[in-house]
Design a protein around this ligand. Structure first.
Ligand code: SIN
Length: 495
């Protein structure tokens, strides 16, 4: 067992990578499962580190110690909690270059994007640290003269979190920050592909003074065991999950046994609509951002591009120029814009969507064939002539594939855009104010970007509707998911 020399040589502070897990305040070299989580660089296939794989006993210990730590943490003033979180934020900023290097190494995204992700994640720690001081309750005018009615907001207690591999750093911050701010403890399971970023953040949290036991990080190969345990263990009061709708459904069914509080951020199938009156250059820019960020591997990436007939040909031409200029390479190479996909299944899915679309009549405008680099590198691809019968219309590709559909009227495109079980993000470009309102209100999505391809920020409530889940991350609404409401009725108060 040895941490990759290449990774260590790129770091200023090599102690940010540990081949251990953090269980209830103790760093452990071995897990109860006796197995290992091997972390690879998806660009080179090199082994980066070999971590202990948490077993059931580790999860149980982490949960028990979280319960003790949570009680103490919740009894501290909001101001004290906010001060610790400020230190945590400052340390993340101070170590952001190392965090970005760790992220690119384990996930593959270009270093410039990794830097952006670390800053994005840090912003949640800053925001929620500040919000910790504003967890207000309420007073309600009594219904009887001797009554006083109050609403208290209290931390839910011990929270479990399950995060995906596509944002190994920001997803940690987005779940841990509201938990800590509201006075909860958190047991965090990072994706087995990308646990190093979560562990590095836990090291910084510890240095900032986050008490032992409050934030455990349990990488494991046995995701099923983790899910079953946190959904059945009575001490765990809430689960926050980001991942597929399929797994979200299983967790929801398991959590139903104890009526568990849940936040689920699940799959998407985002429409990106361009009306004839849109600013063409801005729409192309927005499409690039929305579609090709993280090589198309985000839940809010545009999946279906609908372009009105009057602007269709010009849009496809301009988008083709931009897609052809993307640079596919190792995330550490200068100017890289598209890194490798996370694994072979992701590559196979992309090609099955391209093949299906081409067999059903789509035209390949850019890309479309296997990438000469091999491995999990793929060519960014633009297809024109997409239709609703194709897989790309129904399934989330999660890769750099932009299928462009043609439409005629607003009513037609609203129907097409809503014709999916998903409801996470939608985007459209238009200038007629009446149309803007009509379309915004008609789209059945939890988030709508109007004349922008980038909607993610810590100050806004990120989340979906329909089978994209429920619960919000970020903004003042994001704290509610970690708080319980207690209504207090005080009677017998003399006149
Ligand atoms: C996600 O893919 O789930 C997160 C994307 C984002 O935060 O913008």
């Amino acid at each position: 067992m040895a941490i990759s020399g290449t990774l260590l040589s790129r770091l200023k502070d090599s102690s940010l990578v540990r081949e251990e897990m953090l269980v209830g305040g103790s760093w452990r070299e071995e897990g109860a499962s006796g197995k290992r989580v091997e972390v690879q660089n998806p660009s080179t296939g090199d082994l980066l580190a070999s971590l202990p794989s948490a077993g059931l006993e580790d999860v149980r210990i982490a949960v028990d110690l979280a319960k003790v730590a949570q009680k103490k943490w919740a009894s501290r003033s909001a101001k004290e909690r906010a001060a610790v979180m400020r230190k945590f934020y400052d340390l993340v900023v101070a170590n952001s270059e190392d965090l970005a290097v760790i992220l690119t190494s384990e996930m593959g995204k270009p270093l410039a994007e990794a830097r952006g992700e670390v800053a994005y994640g840090a912003s949640y720690i800053e925001w929620f640290g500040e919000e910790a001081k504003r967890v207000y309750g309420d007073t309600i005018p009594g219904h009887q003269a001797d009554k006083r009615l109050l609403v208290l907001k209290q931390p839910v207690g011990v929270v479990a979190a399950i995060a995906p591999w596509n944002f190994p750093s920001a997803m940690v911050a987005r779940k841990v920050a509201p938990a800590l701010a509201s006075g909860c403890a958190i047991i965090f399971k990072p994706a087995a592909e990308t646990p190093l970023s979560a562990l590095a953040l836990a090291i910084l949290a510890e240095r900032a003074g986050v008490p032992g036991g409050l934030f455990s990080v349990l990488p494991t190969q046995d995701a099923r065991m983790f899910g079953e345990e946190v959904c059945s263990n009575p001490t765990v009061k809430k689960l926050t999950f980001t991942g597929s709708t399929e797994v979200g459904r299983i967790l929801m069914a398991q959590g139903a046994q104890k009526i568990m509080k849940l936040s689920l951020e699940l799959g998407g199938n985002a429409p990106f609509i361009v009306f004839d009156d849109a600013d063409l250059d801005e729409a192309v820019e927005g499409a690039m951002l929305s579609k090709f960020r993280n090589a198309g591997q985000t839940c809010v990436c545009a999946n279906r591009l609908y372009v009105q007939s009057g602007i269709y040909d010009r849009f496809v031409r301009k988008l083709a120029e931009r897609v052809s200029a993307l640079k596919v390479s190792d995330g550490f190479e200068d100017g890289a814009t598209i890194g490798p996909l996370i694994n072979g299944e992701a590559v196979a899915k992309l090609h099955s969507h391209i093949d299906d679309a081409v067999n059903r009549g789509a035209t390949v405008v850019v890309g479309g064939t296997r990438d000469p680099r091999g491995g999990t590198f793929v060519q960014p691809t633009l297809l024109s002539g997409a239709t609703k019968e194709m897989k790309v219309a129904r399934e989330e590709t999660f890769a750099p594939l932009a299928p462009v559909f043609k439409f005629e009227t607003a009513d037609e495109v609203i129907e097409l855009a809503n014709d999916t079980e998903f409801g996470l993000a939608a985007y459209f470009y238009a200038n007629d104010l009446r149309n803007v309102w009509k379309v915004t209100e008609a789209l059945e999505y939890g988030m709508v970007g109007v004349n922008t391809g980038l909607i993610s920020t810590e100050v806004a409530p990120f989340g979906g509707v329909k089978q994209s889940g429920f619960g919000r991350e970020g903004s003042k609404y994001g704290l509610d998911d970690f708080l319980s409401m207690k209504y207090v009725c005080m009677g017998g108060i003399p006149a």
